[in-house]
Ligand binder design. Sequence first.
Ligand SMILES: NC(=O)c1ccc[n+]([C@@H]2O[C@H](COP(=O)([O-])OP(=O)(O)OC[C@H]3O[C@@H](n4cnc5c(N)ncnc54)[C@H](O)[C@@H]3O)[C@@H](O)[C@H]2O)c1
Ligand SMILES: CC(C)[C@H](N)C(=O)O
Length: 354
Amino acid sequence: MLDHEKVAIHTGRRSRLPVIVAVHSTALGPAAGGLRLWHYPDWRDGLTDALRLSAAMTSKFAVAGLPSGGGKAVVALPEGLELDAERRRDVLHDVADAIASFGGAYATGPDVGTGPDDMAVIGEITSHVFCRPAHLGGSGDSSPHTAQGTLAALRAVSRRLYGTASLAGRSLAVVGLGRVGAGLARLLAAEGAALTVTDVDPDKRSTADELDAVWRSPDEILAANVDILVPAALGSVLTRQIVAELRCRAVVGPANNQLATLDVADLLHHRDIIWVPDHVASSGGVINAISTELHHVSADEAHARVRAIEDTVDDLLDTAQRCGQTPAQAASELAMRRLRAVSAPVGTPAPSSR
Ligand SMILES: NC(=O)c1ccc[n+]([C@@H]2O[C@H](COP(=O)([O-])OP(=O)(O)OC[C@H]3O[C@@H](n4cnc5c(N)ncnc54)[C@H](O)[C@@H]3O)[C@@H](O)[C@H]2O)c1
Ligand SMILES: CC(C)[C@H](N)C(=O)O
């Protein structure tokens, strides 16, 4: 059953590519969520991704206690298609048209395959965009804040497992050394953690060398004998089979939609592996962007909200333990309580981020 408020699927009039915008909920406020520009075997796979990712954004904002709703945009690129600069600009303008058609009920930001410069191009057509470069009035790259937020979640888990928030001397395996993963790996290395890392892109080995980290292949790393596994690449990495092979005590990472199927959260719990829901561990970037650009709080206040992810995870782990739940159930109940407590009309216009 479709539980989204509105889903639009366009063939971009300039690019002729499938542009999908999914607004899951505006109950807490106008929806926000990133634009994923990624290759899919079929555009319907992009639709599935948009539906799941937008629902996760609703939970992300609800648990963070922010008055925003969940949405996501996906451009489903056919396998093998590389965009030259002109076609990329065309597709971004097509996305901007689709966003504009939502009349403010959805604002976009960066996600996998897009960044602040792309947001600047979208901003040529619609003001409902965040994370544009600072010289254009945006809050810029979200990934350092996402990395800080994941670090905050890791501290809460470390305190639970080892009695200290410090990650010095802990072993962590970081899967994916992209914008968030590499930034997080640097923060962890600076704190004295022992790192094992991977990426499908062999060029990322230079980051491993720079950080004195052990390099493993993407297939090997998931079963690495480490304290904490940190998924920082794409979704659906935690399958039933992989959970049986894990040798870590916790899984905490920024990758969106880590569970291949929802029951995997229970399997992790039965194996006594703490899993912090990705919509909590990955929320730092959007907390910073939305707080500064849409809610106009100071940078210091926004950073404090990102650091508060540590308290949120502490509370979720406490609740889960007290109620005999998984952290995922505790987070889901918290989100549902906050969603039920409000009733906003569908499609309330978003404030412009300009
Ligand atoms: N950028 C943000 O602020 C932000 C915020 C919230 C959540 N996230 C999520 O975090 C994840 C990473 O985002 P990002 O912005 O760093 O993206 P990115 O595209 O910069 O990095 C992703 C990295 O993962 C690698 N990768 C892809 N498949 C892999 C695999 N199977 N094994 C190992 N490595 C693989 C890619 O080569 C790339 O280096 C995504 O799931 C994204 O949705 C990002
Ligand atoms: C920056 C933000 C929209 C990010 N892509 C997220 O999933 O939270």
